[in-house]
Ligand binder design. Structure first.
Ligand code: AFP
Length: 340
């Protein structure tokens, strides 16, 4: 009998246990982050269940349909937002929330305030829901270190390098939660029978160089020169290497998850029509860049390290190139050459 394997199966590292272990790095910590994370995890489990049922919408009336009782059902992205906002507020550990779904930031009632600001996209890639493609929730966490009565929007308009933690949950063939609290990246898979996220991908490291590039090539006619040159090199390498494969799902969580595990580069560049690209700084670019750096990769905006960018608006956009260290190095060199 393989006792080592048996021990592995019976000694389950749940995400809560993992974060409690991490807490020991901070002797002054009182478990506030663990409580916050357990509320984020609850939101992820709820959305996972709702997404899994979405295919039955026509049958039982979910997500924008009218159900058999004749009640109008909420669209999944609206529902997901409500679930996360309520879970985060009720944690008693948050003071400012920025959601992709809400035009304005939410300032939590002073009686329920805690020291964390959470920026999140409750259901990213929602245009993929109806065809059952993987979608996800993305989040980033900042901490304020001041009197909670004097908080302002500036407390969330901070560079990504000031984030305390970031992560995403992917609702795909399995439900996977990938998080970093600044000490590497770990992936947990939801065991539906236990209702717990179990550590399945410890200490994720992105390969130094990848064989895949991921971009919406439909925008190619509007790209700038460095982006066009980079993609041309992916297809027609001049150094004797093999061409890279193109993979593009159009759902950032899924495209970034594959990039993190298999290596390569994900890009949503600026183009003539969208000079700031499409993706949002606070709850798409920053959390994914944080994870990439923690996994040994890089993230670049075309001008600077992505995590150095200082946002001025909560829904600001930025071009982004992220992934394997060497692949991002190549695009950085092309932008540097363009400057000369
Ligand atoms: P939706 O939420 O509208 O589906 O957008 C998804 C997304 O914000 C991100 O998840 C994708 O990486 C990106 O947009 C895809 O954009 P394109 O459709 O322009 O390629």
């Amino acid at each position: 009998m393989d006792h080592a394997a048996d021990a592995h199966r019976t000694d389950l590292m749940t995400v809560t246990r993992y974060v409690l272990n991490e807490q020991s790095r901070h002797p002054e910590a009182r478990g506030d982050f663990t409580i916050l994370l357990s509320h984020i995890v609850l939101g992820c489990k709820f959305v996972c269940t709702a997404v899994n049922k979405a295919g039955l919408a026509k049958l039982i009336g979910l997500a924008g349909e009218t159900n058999v009782q004749g009640e109008e059902q909420k669209k999944l992205d609206v529902l997901s937002n409500e679930v996360f906002v309520k879970a985060l507020v009720s944690s008693g550990r948050t003071c400012i929330l920025v959601s992709e779904e809400d035009e304005e930031a939410t300032f939590v009632d002073p009686r329920l305030r805690g020291k964390y600001c959470v920026v999140f996209d409750p259901l990213d890639g929602s245009s993929n829901i109806d065809c059952g493609v993987s979608i996800g929730t993305i989040f980033g966490v900042y901490m304020v270190d001041k009197d909670l009565d004097s908080i302002s929007l500036d407390d969330v308009l901070q560079p990504g390098k000031n984030m305390l933690a970031a992560g995403y949950c992917m609702y795909g063939s399995s439900c996977t939660l990938v998080i970093s609290t600044g000490y590497g990246v770990n992936g947990f898979t939801l065991d539906p029978s236990l209702g717990e996220f179990i550590l399945t991908h410890p200490d994720i490291k992105i390969p130094k160089k990848g064989k895949i590039y991921s971009v919406n090539e439909g925008n190619a006619k509007n790209w700038d020169r460095p982006t066009a040159k980079f993609v041309e090199k992916c297809k027609f390498p001049t150094d004797g290497s093999s061409p890279k494969s193109l993979r593009y799902i159009g759902s950032m969580v899924a495209d970034v998850h594959r990039t993190l595990l298999y290596g390569g580069i994900f890009l949503y560049p600026a183009d003539k029509k969208s000079p700031n690209g499409k993706l949002r700084v606070l709850y798409e670019v920053f959390p994914m860049s944080f994870l990439m750096e923690q996994a040994g990769g890089q993230a670049f905006t075309g001008k600077e390290r992505a995590l150095d960018l200082v946002p001025t608006k909560i829904h600001q956009r930025s071009p982004i190139f992220l992934g394997s260290y060497d692949d991002v190095e190549e695009i950085k060199a092309l932008y540097a050459a363009e400057q000369k």
